[in-house]
Design a protein. Structure first.
Length: 202
């Protein structure tokens, strides 16, 4: 009797896990073939051979789906940042911030399609969704902390949260893609211009 009671729950959990993996596999195939922006949630459901309702119960939008695909990569990315900051803790905050930006730009180059998807959100509430992203929240907090350190140097500084907001906008997919594709900046040139703009001198 006891076994009969628990088996449906186990089956449901197994089905949910299988559906999740089918969704992620299907989404990754479509994203690699067509780009994140060109793929709809309905296409992902069809590719995964599940109903749209099943897909939307797990992921409200492509941003959440991309974040799940990126989860392990994002964890590793922030571990790399943490290790870099630890190894360079005695360096000036401006130098540590340059290094952090270099790591993020390299990360964006390697994972551009999925990072674009993480930043993508419902068109009716784009900025709110972006600021709720764990990727945004953690990176933004690191920027604020480093700007706070720079502010104690005695020179007048803009509000550190505002400054971090502006830097995050410059690092966004739309901004980065425009500077790279329309202005012709390489990742190294982009980093240099960002550092000059925000006075992150070596």
């Amino acid at each position: 009797m006891k076994d009969t009671d628990v088996s449906p729950a186990r089956s449901e959990r197994r089905d949910a896990a299988e559906n999740r993996q089918r969704i992620l596999d299907a989404a990754l195939r479509l994203f690699e073939q067509n780009g994140v922006e060109q793929v709809s949630m309905n296409q992902i459901a069809a590719e995964a051979q599940i109903g749209p309702g099943t897909l939307y119960r797990r992921y409200r939008n492509k941003s959440e789906l991309c974040l799940d695909l990126m989860k392990e990569n994002i964890v590793l990315h922030f571990e790399n940042i943490e290790e870099y900051l630890k190894q360079n803790r005695t360096s000036p905050p401006s130098q540590r911030l340059r290094g952090l930006l270099d790591l993020f730009i390299r990360f964006r180059e390697k994972k551009s399609q999925l990072l674009a998807g993480v930043e993508e959100s419902a068109s009716t509430n784009r900025s709110r969704s972006r600021t709720q992203s764990p990727l945004y929240v953690e990176l933004h907090q690191l920027l604020v902390e480093l700007f706070d350190e720079m502010a104690v140097s005695g020179q007048p500084q803009p509000n550190c949260v505002f400054k971090a907001d502006m830097l995050m906008m410059a690092l966004s997919n739309d901004s980065y893609s425009f500077q790279k594709n329309e202005r012709g900046y390489s990742p190294e040139m982009f980093l240099e211009q960002i550092c000059l703009t925000f006075r992150l001198y070596p």
